[in-house]
Design a protein around this ligand. Sequence first.
Ligand SMILES: [Fe+2]
Ligand SMILES: [Fe+2]
Length: 156
Amino acid sequence: MIAAILVTQSRMSEYMDMIDIPPEYMTGLEKVDSEHQRIYRIITLMSQSVADNKGSTITANHTVMLLAYIKCHFENEEDIMIAIEFNGLNSHMEEHSVILNKLSDLFCQHRMTGDITSALSYLIGSLIEHMKSEDKLFADHVRLLRSKKTKKLSAR
Ligand SMILES: [Fe+2]
Ligand SMILES: [Fe+2]
């Protein structure tokens, strides 16, 4: 199912559009929010598959692609934080690294046992929460810098 999401099948894509990330998870940064939205939708669909007793349709290919997407998203965030010289960069990168390592272990466990529930719990409890806490911190900083820049320009 996740493969279908990532390669954008029309029906699945329509269904995905119906799943919106709750507003409290929005950072206000367009690119970051659109990547969060995609991750949130995939996790929601995975959870629905498990709830419908279709967890076995989630394959190793799906988890490999999801992990790659999350890794890419983390790198995009780190590029933004480097560009603004965010002083929480190191601890944020450390948290990304912890999440990726743990997810890699849990997806490995899924390949060995077929059980996806531990990985899903971690995705919901840690990755989704990371969006609401850590990601909002650097996003607030980006927006603050942007508003300072706008004020400077309008004062000229
Ligand atoms: Fe993020
Ligand atoms: Fe992050």
